[in-house]
Design a protein around this ligand. Structure first.
Ligand code: ADP
Ligand code: MG
Length: 368
């Protein structure tokens, strides 16, 4: 607990002096599920201090959240700063990815008792708006949509698939419900209803879909006076994304990439990886057009945007392979940035006393 806090602070300092466009990567370990316990599984993931002797394969991230971490702690460390940015008229996006059952929806949406990042972000947004002088001058609009099998659907008002269209605001889903939100109270119910509209796996009828990407877009528009006392309109957009299960997409075995449907999921996740790669490497051409997901996220990924990745993992040794894949993917996302940017960890480490001690690592043990 103490260590996490120290680390979060260090990281925050790193962010301020750091590269604006760098992707922040976090890992959240969920508690062992009843089913996993009953199956006799053991924990194969350990979050350790850098000083500790490491036996297994290990990875380090901006922060690693142990299974005791609250929704609020996850929100504060990963997303709270982005909410501030959105109020400055910039865009931000938070992705949750990982295998089915790893805790993505719990992290993003959560439950009534323990609301997740989506709800806490909106709550924070309303609090900040109320505290500022532009109260009354702002409009908060929510849209919640799904990309399933390269088809876009409105989760707030299900119906025919939506067509993507380019307008002056960027790429938008034509005719999507823009829900004007006035308070936090209505939001959780709204999102839960939306989530029930997510496409369900035909093969596993009782489970929420593992193949659909859910995107909540929160657009904040308000008027402020600038330094010259002109009234300017500011628009900031926060995209919160509960990605499809990564188990197929991250599989290296072609045989597991079955059917068109599976291939399409793969296409969206792969397209997302290529866009992020291209952005971080400073490429001129970013291949947004390769999938519906990346088209929709175009203005949330590039430009004046902050990107946060949360990798969700199960502690069970039964999910060892998937966990390893997820951590590799997450680690790579972090590494890409390190290669292309001057302002990264080395700098943070030397400029911050105690950083080394506070550094958290994630250790993965096959045998336990
Ligand atoms: P995913 O969306 O990645 O498929 P879920 O978020 O649906 O996975 O999580 C699977 C199950 O584990 C759910 O029953 C969820 O409530 C539970 N769960 C996930 N993360 C946590 C957590 N941090 N604390 C408690 N329960 C969790
Ligand atoms: Mg889910």
């Amino acid at each position: 607990q103490e260590k996490m806090e120290t680390y979060a602070k260090t990281e925050k300092n790193g962010r301020i002096g750091g590269d604006e466009s760098r992707i922040h990567v976090f890992v959240r370990l969920r508690p062992m599920a009843k089913k996993e316990k009953e199956a006799g599984s053991r924990c194969c993931v350990k979050i350790v201090n850098k000083k500790d002797r490491l036996k297994g394969r290990h990875f380090s991230f901006d922060a690693s959240f142990p299974d005791s971490t609250t929704q609020h702690e996850v929100y504060t460390t990963t997303t709270a700063e982005l909410v501030e940015e959105v109020l400055q008229g910039r865009n931000g996006s938070v992705f949750c990815y990982g295998a089915t059952g790893a805790g993505k929806t719990y992290t993003m949406l959560g439950t009534l008792e323990n609301p997740g990042v989506m709800v806490l972000a909106i709550k924070d947004l309303f609090t900040s708006i109320r505290q500022r002088s532009f109260d009354g001058n702002h409009v908060v609009q929510l849209s919640y949509l799904e990309v399933y099998n390269e088809t876009v659907r409105d989760l707030l008002s299900p119906g025919r698939p939506l067509v993507l269209r380019e307008d002056k605001q960027g790429i938008v889903a034509a005719g999507i419900t823009q829900y004007r939100a006035y308070s936090t109270d209505e939001v959780m119910a709204l999102l839960q209803r939306g989530n029930q509209n997510r496409t369900t796996e035909p093969t596993r009828a009782n489970e929420t879909s593992s193949r659909s990407h859910a995107i909540l877009q929160v657009v904040v528009e308000y008027r402020v006076k600038d330094a010259l006392m002109n009234i300017v309109n500011r628009v900031g957009k926060l995209s919160l994304i509960d990605l499809a299960g990564s188990e197929r997409a991250l599989a290296t075995d072609q045989r597991t990439l079955r059917s068109l449907e599976g291939a399409n999921i793969n296409r969206s996740l792969l397209a997302l990886s290529s866009c992020i790669n291209a952005l971080v490497e400073g490429k001129k051409h970013i291949p947004y057009r390769n999938s519906k997901l990346t088209q929709l996220l175009k203005d949330s990924l590039g430009g004046a945007c902050n990107t946060v990745m949360i990798a969700n993992i199960s502690p069970s040794n039964l999910s060892f392979g998937e966990t390893q894949n997820t951590l590799h993917w997450a680690y790579r996302a972090k590494e890409i940035r390190t290669k292309t940017s001057d302002t990264n960890e080395e700098v943070i480490q030397v400029s911050e006393t105690g950083t080394d001690q506070a550094k958290l690592l994630l250790e993965l043990q096959k045998e336990n």
